[in-house]
Design a protein around this ligand. Sequence first.
Ligand SMILES: [Zn+2]
Ligand SMILES: [Zn+2]
Length: 263
Amino acid sequence: MALSAHDDGSPAGSSSPTLLLDAGTGVRRVSALLDKRPFIGTILLTHLHWDHIQGLPFFESGDHPDSAVTLLLPPQEDGADAESVLARMMSPPLFPIRPNNLRGSWTFGVLSPDAFGDDGVAVGAFSVTARDVPHKGGRTVGYRVSDGHSTIAYIPDHCPTEMGPGPEGWGEYHPAVLELARNVDVLIHDAHLFPEEVAAQASFGHAAADYAVGLGCRAGARKVVLFHHRPDRTDEALDGLVARFSTYPVSVCGAADGMELAP
Ligand SMILES: [Zn+2]
Ligand SMILES: [Zn+2]
């Protein structure tokens, strides 16, 4: 996900992204947004599962002689440093290059403790707050990001049933996610499952779409973007899913490749 600040000082009419949330295969699209110019900014990872990092070596504007990239990820439970944990996937014999072979200036690090505090941290023109969320297989966070004009919550991988069944059996509406999503303009949330799939599909640690909408309603979000669709979901199934929420007191849409949200 690529974010441009409301006023990032870029030339009129352009909106160069300076903050990226996760780096799955979609990060390749950011190079087109930059007209192949180098990326100067920060990448925040929610966690290290393949679908959130596999785009890194194919991100042309990052792998560029003039790029300047700060990549931050959650502190690891085993204390491993950021570059070496990325290199577990991105190194021979599994992959031809290592993170430090990316061209340009790359800095790899972990989120500071302040990111988990009440006031969050400044990341370029943005204010960012992180909270741990239950998922599966490795520390995972969600982010709340504001540019002073608009605020979003980004919680792409979340298994709320880890915290208990909650009122509908889709998982607990727990404080960490209520805090991240409180009164946001847009909540982008894991909607991998349909409610009837929750019991059988819990093994990958995801949420039901109905939970995402329920969280949006409870937290006072203005809009919920259903995200992280199951790979075998058809467009028709997603259209039908979104239509189910047409009478809810929050605007709901399904995320799609290349979707743009204006403030
Ligand atoms: Zn994941
Ligand atoms: Zn994922």
